[in-house]
Design a protein around this ligand. Structure first.
Ligand code: HEC
Ligand code: HEC
Ligand code: HEC
Length: 190
């Protein structure tokens, strides 16, 4: 009996000490994170899929990824700075897909932008993620100035708006597309 009481007392002392330590750490306000919405309730993940229990929460897995000025993940930098190394096909084999992903470094400068800086369309940043057939010929004819693109059409979900503001960065990041100032473009107003 005596030995048992000592063990209980020791356990109690340890728990009190642990409680004090926890309280000391919890006192730093930056340590307290907002509660994360459980994945099964976020409206995106399938709650019936058994993998739901082992998936890491995106807010935790992406916490260190570079962000743009709106606080969204900057996927171009995330890839280039080596935070992720995505497969080129579902099988993981570089040549396993229907079409071989082929990188192409060709910028197209679009100048029909009025007072906004010109638009630099970089093939490289796109072909690191997409195949040529994702855009050509259904979204864009592969010829410079062959497509009548306008901001209004983009905002309505055509051309660049097929992906931007959906699977790719938001259209409110004007400067990521309108990145080439010209004589008629004034100081940044947006
Ligand atoms: C995903 C890329 C992208 C983003 C983001 C973007 N634009 Fe554009 N914008 C374009 C393209 C492409 C054109 C057409 C250029 C051409 O045809 O030469 C354009 C054209 C324009 C024009 C010229 C007039 C017109 O209606 O076509 C204006 C003004 C404009 N954008 C303003 C903005 C503003 C303001 C923002 C931010 C709120 C913005 N854009 C964000 C790609 C973008
Ligand atoms: C994200 C969409 C997208 C992807 C992916 C893409 N392109 Fe393009 N491509 C464009 C746009 C936008 C233009 C410019 C069209 C314009 O100016 O009207 C263009 C223009 C071109 C041009 C015309 C260049 C010129 O000087 O006239 C060629 C050739 C071309 N692309 C080939 C390719 C090839 C090859 C691939 C794959 C390696 C590819 N593109 C992937 C969007 C894309
Ligand atoms: C088929 C989908 C798709 C279309 C169409 C598309 N984009 Fe993109 N864009 C992407 C993806 C995916 C990325 C890379 C990942 C990201 O940044 O979200 C990207 C990245 C970019 C970048 C790189 C930004 C940086 O910080 O380096 C620019 C600029 C850009 N897009 C402009 C355009 C313009 C302008 C158009 C229309 C002429 C366009 N995109 C059409 C999917 C698309």
């Amino acid at each position: 009996m005596g030995a048992r009481k000592t063990i209980i007392a020791t356990v109690l002392e340890l728990s009190v000490a642990a409680g004090l330590w926890t309280a000391a750490f919890a006192a730093a306000p930056e340590e307290i994170a907002a509660p994360l919405t459980p994945l099964a309730q976020d409206g995106i993940h399938d709650p019936k899929n058994p993998a739901i229990r082992s998936l890491q929460h995106p807010e935790q897995s992406m916490a260190d990824f570079p962000k743009d000025r709106r606080g969204e993940v900057d996927w171009v930098r995330t890839l280039r700075e080596g935070f992720i190394s995505p497969r080129r096909s579902v099988s993981g084999d570089d040549y396993g897909g229907k079409e071989v992903m082929q990188e192409m470094d060709l910028d197209i400068i679009m100048k029909n932008t009025q007072q906004m800086p010109h638009v630099r369309f970089p093939h490289l940043a796109h072909t690191e993620w997409l195949a040529c057939s994702n855009c050509h010929p259904a979204i864009f004819l592969p010829q410079e100035n062959a497509n009548e693109i306008s901001m209004e059409k983009i905002l309505k979900g055509q051309f660049c708006g097929r992906c931007h503001d959906k699977v790719s960065f938001s259209l409110f990041n004007c400067e990521r597309c309108h990145s080439i100032p010209h004589a008629g473009s004034g100081p940044k107003w947006w």
